[in-house]
Design a protein around this ligand. Sequence first.
Ligand SMILES: *[C@@H]1O[C@H](CO)[C@@H](O)[C@H](O)[C@H]1NC(C)=O
Ligand SMILES: *[C@@H]1O[C@H](CO)[C@@H](O)[C@H](O)[C@H]1NC(C)=O
Ligand SMILES: *[C@@H]1O[C@H](CO)[C@@H](O)[C@H](O)[C@H]1NC(C)=O
Ligand SMILES: *[C@@H]1O[C@H](CO)[C@@H](O)[C@H](O)[C@H]1NC(C)=O
Ligand SMILES: *[C@@H]1O[C@H](CO)[C@@H](O)[C@H](O)[C@H]1NC(C)=O
Length: 383
Amino acid sequence: MRISFLCLFALSSRLCWARKTSNITQIILENAKADNIDLTVLPFLDDALNAIVTTYTDANQTSHRRANGSIIDVHGHIVPDWYRAIQPITGGSPTPQWDLESWLAFMDSEGIGRAIFSFSCPAANVFMGNKIMTVALARLMNEQLAAVARAVPNQLQFYGIVPLPYADEAIVEAKYAVEHLGAVGFFLTSNFEDNYLGSSVLRPFLAALENMPTRQIVLVHPTTPYIRFDGQLIEANPFPTLFPSGEIEFYFETARTLQDLIVTQTILNFTNIDYIIPHVGGAFPATADRTLKALLSESTYNATLETLRTRFWWDSAGPTYYHQVAGLLGYGIPKTQLLFGTDFPYAKAGESASLGAIEDSDLLSVQDRKMLFTTNAEQLFGH
Ligand SMILES: *[C@@H]1O[C@H](CO)[C@@H](O)[C@H](O)[C@H]1NC(C)=O
Ligand SMILES: *[C@@H]1O[C@H](CO)[C@@H](O)[C@H](O)[C@H]1NC(C)=O
Ligand SMILES: *[C@@H]1O[C@H](CO)[C@@H](O)[C@H](O)[C@H]1NC(C)=O
Ligand SMILES: *[C@@H]1O[C@H](CO)[C@@H](O)[C@H](O)[C@H]1NC(C)=O
Ligand SMILES: *[C@@H]1O[C@H](CO)[C@@H](O)[C@H](O)[C@H]1NC(C)=O
């Protein structure tokens, strides 16, 4: 039987916890065990559990804080020290430092009142090819995410992490993340060990999302591409280029995985899932007609466009509103589908939110901006 955290949701969480549930570490370990997850395979487990416990004990300082502004950031990340230690490089650049206080100060300074966040890539796939560790890491990440969200209940919500490409385990984790921890969506990377999101390996997981009682939201986050070669997983673009993969390869990853989802007709067959695509689609708009006109019948192409205009949402993370967004809008994507995202703390200084570029964009009216910053996200995630 799983031990409930419900008490922690109460406003007086600290008191409640002190009175009733003595040992958070024990609860986490026992809940994992109930799902056949052995967290002790992770050598850094103690550091991570300590960080989670600290997140809960420090929550007294943040649990009543009030937002400075109404902007909703649908693309934030946490980087606890224990995670940065196991993933020191992300997309070819140093993984940034992060702490909750600086994040909340950044939100205040930009007028961001609410954020939906997760770990960034590669998320649970740090130990690529190792199933037991991937499954354990996904659980630990979800416990950490839930702790941060509960520490700032008025402002933060999280996307759950799943241990794909292991579909059965990912389904168990998804259920736990939603039902037990309160995840409001899922963070999926563009590929999982060489499987793009239309892959039949991942399909049972998407089918499980499709059949969950409530509509599910997935954030499709680009990651460094991997392929299987001679039985080994290797970086798909192993030759050093001038550019870190995060600065160029990621945009093509978004294009590849969207085309995979579309050409396999996954987005047409599973209708109970909404997709958030970062960086207003990366390289997808520039490549979409080329691929889709060639590979889809006209009626499927039409149905796909309709789906891209209604069940897809496009976040602004990165320097996307100087020029890039025009390519996306060229596909008739309505402004009701545009969302604001920062990619904090991974975005480089100065492009953190591209707030200025959005505010200066000729493509947006005052009303469009209000939708992009706030009401579109409320439409998707609720108030
Ligand atoms: C909490 O439980 C863990 C694991 O069972 C144990 O190692 C630790 O000593 C306990 N902490 C407290 C404060 O009781
Ligand atoms: C919050 O709790 C921590 C740990 O129990 C304590 O050190 C700190 O003084 C408390 N802070 C506030 C603002 O109550
Ligand atoms: C609140 O947000 C506004 C921008 O909306 C900013 O100018 C102001 O400095 C912020 N206040 C604090 C305390 O960060
Ligand atoms: C979606 O449905 C089409 C038509 O029935 C079928 O050809 C295709 O294999 C299905 N794809 C997925 C991902 O379920
Ligand atoms: C596809 O959409 C275009 C433009 O709206 C329309 O002219 C065409 O008849 C549609 N084709 C099919 C097969 O539905």
